[in-house]
Design a protein around this ligand. Structure first.
Ligand SMILES: [Fe+2]
Length: 282
């Protein structure tokens, strides 16, 4: 795990994209530089030409960024093109991103970007093999680790358990994991009988953590947790993070995914997170 041990510690930060206007990440960086230690940008390949100019001031000021691609699918028929991988490499270089994370799933279907409606990976050995191949290809193209993020689940398809799927994926692709706590909560609800989940996940390979607000949705099959980023962080997510945090020896970044949240709520949440989970940047 030498590669993971060499990654920088970014601290606590927030997520946004070029198309999101709230919170005002520039204002937060200006007024609360100690609270916002990095910004994670959701990026599309076409952003490669826009980012240098749009983020020129922040890059010149030394703001640290993570590039979070949102178009890399696991479909065997939709392998990223050489041009797309080259664009991602440029983005990683421009932002100085020490790694790239993405949920493992299908983001583009028949040429359509699915956005928040993307399809989580099926937990099967076939999907796992494709994911290993795809993660390795992206890492070869960008030159930085690709952190595999556990996706949100309303229901789970496939016979593998989430923990064994991600343990094997990390080991075979020789990389680390981004643990999304709200997504993990949604999996627990969808697969309540997977009682060994926390012991089976590769917690020693978790480099980054995502924390976000969400909402409970009642369905005919019971409640589903929807990690929509826009609501308050629910108590169940907070409790799960508190339980997991002492078991993450390699964590380098805690990202509050807060698109569409008002600035004052983001500031209050970040202040609380810094108190609960000290993670000095280095
Ligand atoms: Fe996430």
């Amino acid at each position: 795990m030498g590669v993971l041990d060499e990654l920088p510690r970014l601290g606590i930060g927030i997520s946004t994209s070029l198309s999101v206007g709230r919170p005002d990440f520039r204002g937060l960086l200006r007024e609360h530089p100690r609270l916002v230690q990095f910004v994670e940008f959701a990026v599309e390949h076409r952003d490669a030409d826009l980012l240098p100019e749009r983020l020129a001031a922040e890059l010149a000021a030394g703001v640290r960024f993570i590039a979070h691609p949102i178009e890399l699918s696991l479909d065997p028929d939709a392998r990223p093109s050489a041009g797309e991988l080259a664009a991602l490499r440029r983005i990683v270089g421009v932002l100085g991103s020490p790694w790239t994370p993405e949920d493992i799933g299908t983001w583009v279907w028949n040429g359509e970007h699915l956005g928040g409606g993307f399809i989580p990976c099926a937990l099967t050995r076939d999907t796992l093999a494709v994911a290993v191949d795809r993660v390795r290809a992206v890492q070869d193209a960008t030159g930085v680790p690709f952190l595999v993020e556990n996706p949100p689940f309303a229901e789970v398809s496939g016979q593998m358990r989430l923990g064994s799927f991600f343990s094997e994926l990390c080991a075979r692709a020789e990389t680390g994991m981004l643990l999304d706590v709200g997504h993990l909560l949604s999996y627990r609800l969808a697969r309540p009988r997977d009682t060994g989940l926390l012991d089976e996940l590769p917690l020693d390979r978790v480099v980054e953590v995502h924390l976000a607000g969400g909402a409970w949705i009642e369905t005919a099959d019971g409640p589903v947790f929807w990690d929509d980023h826009g609501g308050e962080i629910v108590p169940e997510t907070r409790a799960l993070l508190a339980q997991l945090w002492p078991r993450l020896p390699r964590v380098r970044a805690l990202c509050f995914e807060c698109e569409l949240r008002p600035d004052d709520r983001v500031v209050a949440e970040l202040a609380a997170l810094h108190t609960l989970y000290p993670l000095p940047a280095a």
